[in-house]
Design a protein around this ligand. Structure first.
Ligand code: ZN
Length: 501
């Protein structure tokens, strides 16, 4: 129809293909590559990244996009092509702010810092990694400075993950959430802890993986367009709509670790598998933001996978998968065990109620670091102080304190944490809408049927890919901006019943 649009799509498909090929190299590195391949692999990935960057900042691409803007205006605003041209314009403009020299320098520094963290963390050696972290913080400020119109130094970093969100908006949402959460956590922890001994028996790895796969397939993860492998840290990666992979890890003394990480990653993957095939190969063919992505992993992991109806269906299967281990465990005991709330040191092991406190601590600290109000040499003490005041526990060392997460050591300082809690909030906001449309969903889950919920999510969220920015998507789906009320209602309902609050 429009030859310029065809050319735009060809250019954008080329760039996306380079990113997807790099993602495949990365998946291989994390799941099966022999250690000897590391050096050459790093070089190969750097080459692909460089070529993709060159193509993304090509002035000819910018001219082509500008030529197409009037055409986009003539199309229905929600059409795939209009959304594609608008997204291409946003991406291109953003890329123009950042010099390629900086991209290469940042890539190198972050690789070096990640390596230093990986070596220093087991030894608890914060001093060793401190100089690298200083450089990462400097890089993060330098990156932010490429966007001089920003209200807050963190805004450009946040915008990369959660487009359109600003530090001030998030601080407001988080402050309101924190005011509601702290009393809930206090009320729960003043009661005797739930008994989760049934989850800490010996569960053979093969049986865990088989059961996890069965659950993932039942909720809607399509293994004809995906697969599951082992890696030290679970993740989801996509090379096309037809190839979206997940990984997990297994601990034979802890049933929950693998099972809920599988459901979590399957949630991310179902989002990617649900994108309209009309968008295949284009930059719109992926989730729209880290917050919306996390809302889907959390929907399936917590709102579905840790719900009573879900286990009314799956508990007999679980008993059959691990003969004898649950004979003396009533469903109610198991349900309380998988929803045990307990302040803990490690974010990734935290329950769904305290999890957000971990995220808010990191978010506040990274804002203070970026603003220059907190010096990195004082980070361990500031971190420990917040754990004392917010969770009532003190990390015994930096390994289980400020060195636990890869984010600041393997990337910029800023922009990487807020999505987790935005996701928790959005999961409940979306779910309320789904339940209004289909009140039968809980009963269906108890009967092992997940297609109504999955279908609603595909139709309202997944199919759009990146066509709409997160704030617009949230408005389209829920009729309002992000709101904490549904999430608070969800927590009070669920934990009110479990802990008789
Ligand atoms: Zn996730």
């Amino acid at each position: 129809m429009n030859p310029q649009l065809d050319e735009l799509k060809t250019r954008l498909r080329d760039i996306a293909s380079l990113h997807n090929a790099a993602a495949l190299l990365n998946w291989d590195q994390l799941t099966g590559m022999p250690p000897g391949g590391a050096e050459a692999r790093g070089f190969q990935q750097a080459v692909l990244a460089r070529i993709a960057t060159e193509k993304s900042v090509d002035p000819a691409l910018g001219r082509l996009i500008d030529d197409l803007l009037p055409y986009a205006e003539s199309l229905p605003p929600d059409s795939d092509d209009a959304c594609l041209i608008r997204a291409a314009k946003r991406d291109f403009d953003k890329s123009q702010h950042v010099p390629p020299e900086f991209v290469a320098r940042a890539y190198e520094q972050i690789a070096r810092s990640y390596q230093a963290w990986a070596e220093a963390r087991p030894n608890n050696d914060y001093a060793k990694v401190l100089p690298e972290l200083e450089r990462n913080l400097e890089l993060s400020r330098e990156y932010s400075a490429f966007f001089p119109g920003a209200d807050h130094v963190a805004d450009p970093l946040i915008d990369d993950a959660d487009a359109g969100m600003k530090a001030a908006d998030i601080q407001r949402v988080f402050a309101a959430l924190r005011a509601e959460l702290v009393p809930i956590v206090r009320a729960i922890t003043s009661q005797p802890p739930a008994d989760d001994a049934c989850l800490k028996q010996h569960f053979p790895a093969d049986a865990q993986l088989a059961f996890g796969k069965k659950v993932a397939a039942a909720i809607g993860y399509d293994f004809n367009r995906g697969r599951m492998d082992l890696s030290p840290h679970p993740f989801t990666t996509r090379f096309s709509i037809g190839d979206v992979r997940i990984t997990t890890r297994v601990r034979e003394d802890d049933l929950g670790d693998s099972l809920f990480s599988i459901i979590h990653e399957a949630g991310h993957a179902m989002y990617e598998q649900g994108v309209s095939t009309a968008l295949e190969g284009l930059p719109l063919a992926s989730g729209t933001s880290s917050g919306v992505h996390e809302s889907q992993s959390r929907t399936w992991e917590n709102l579905v996978g840790r719900s009573l109806p879900f286990w009314q269906h799956f508990y007999p299967d679980l008993k059959a998968a691990f003969p004898g281990l649950f004979d003396a465990v009533p469903l109610e005991t198991f349900y309380r065990a998988i929803n045990k709330v307990e302040p803990s040191l490690i974010r990734t092991d935290a329950d769904e109620v305290t999890y957000n406190l971990h995220v808010m601590i990191r978010f506040d600290l990274e804002l203070a670091l970026l603003e220059g109000k907190l010096a990195l040499r004082d980070l361990p003490e500031a971190w420990n102080e917040r754990y004392r005041s917010d969770l009532g526990i003190t990390p015994p060392d930096n390994r289980s304190g400020c060195m636990q997460d890869v984010h600041w050591f393997g990337g910029f300082v800023g922009g990487a944490f807020q999505g987790y809690t935005l996701g928790n909030i959005l999961s409940a906001q979306f779910m309320e809408k789904a339940l209004q449309a289909h009140p039968e969903i809980p009963d269906e889950m108890a009967a092992g049927k997940f297609s109504t919920l999955h279908g609603w999510l595909v139709e309202n969220i997944y199919t759009h890919g990146r066509k709409f920015e997160p704030t617009e998507l949230v408005r389209r789906v829920t009729g309002s901006d992000i709101q904490i009320a549904p999430y608070i209602r969800y927590l009070k309902n669920k934990y009110g019943a479990i802990y008789s609050l």
